[in-house]
Design a protein. Sequence first.
Length: 364
Amino acid sequence: MPASTKSRKRSTLNTPELCPHGTVAEIDALFETAGLVRSLRGKSAGVTRHVRMQRFTAAELSQAAPEPVVAANGVQILQAPAWGKQGSWLWHGFSTRKGGLSRAYCTEGAEGDLNLGFTAADDRETVKRNRQLLVEAVSGDARTPLITLRQIHSSVLVHSVAGDADRQSPWKADGLMTEEPGLVLAVQTADCIPVLVADRKRRVVAAFHAGWRGTVKRIVETGVGRMRLEFGCLPEDLTAAIGPGAAACCYAVGEEVRSSFESQFTYADALFSEVDSTDAVRTKYPMLFLTQRAPGHSPLGPDLHVDLVEANRRQLLDAGLKLRAIHATGGCTLCDRELFFSHRGSQGHAGRMMSVIGMRPQKR
């Protein structure tokens, strides 16, 4: 075959009208959806999403917590302001570390902490008393049954009844739901995201513990589905409150976390951002951190952060909740360690907070 003919045939491969599967632009759009590019001369194929990611400072991504509500017994909790109208039947609150009796995690001379987890460093009886203080702050009665879980970073859910409060070993799960009034459901956190959901018409409540593993496993989306299946809840009747946790400003993760999200969610790229390091030592002494590696191969540079609040908001939307029915309290457990416990921020030496929800008993 003449060379000129070969050249003409080869050049038609990138001609839009001759492409058997659509125009080149359409094919490029499909590759773009997957975060890829076609292999072209002078341009290698591969994932391009990393190059296009926006870069932020931590301050640009932070959302401060509101002023805590101080209960009569001194316990300080956060509440969703939009749920104030539900106050006639709904109990709820996101605990802080303020207003408790624990001494295991506070400095000498400081007021006691409201540690609500049976940790190795704290006294069990003190924690029990702290839990009573929280229940009293939320329900008005320290004797209100408190239903807890042995959390395992899963999508396992439990339909709760009052008798569960007396179980010797709590259920292994990460979500609770009930239609029974007069008790309080609780999930524990110290960086993970707590999500509370309530059905205003059928009087059903639920609490979910969503760390990054539980979020990838769709704990919240699955939970809303179970509420529909078990209780006949309709998404348009549901309202949700997302509590404080490790926020996008501080929650640095590795590439394996991004890969896990990308394998499950089409919107995964919207959940990640690059955040410039604010290390005071590195800022003051940059020469100490220079390396001989080629540009782009040094471990120095911006960190990859994930926004679990947004991830769980997306799951609530996908489950059918209306945008205006989803409320986030704000607050970052890593930013504000005077107000919150943070497992990451204290290298594992931290208490636990609780996010609780329940229904007032109906008056007869």
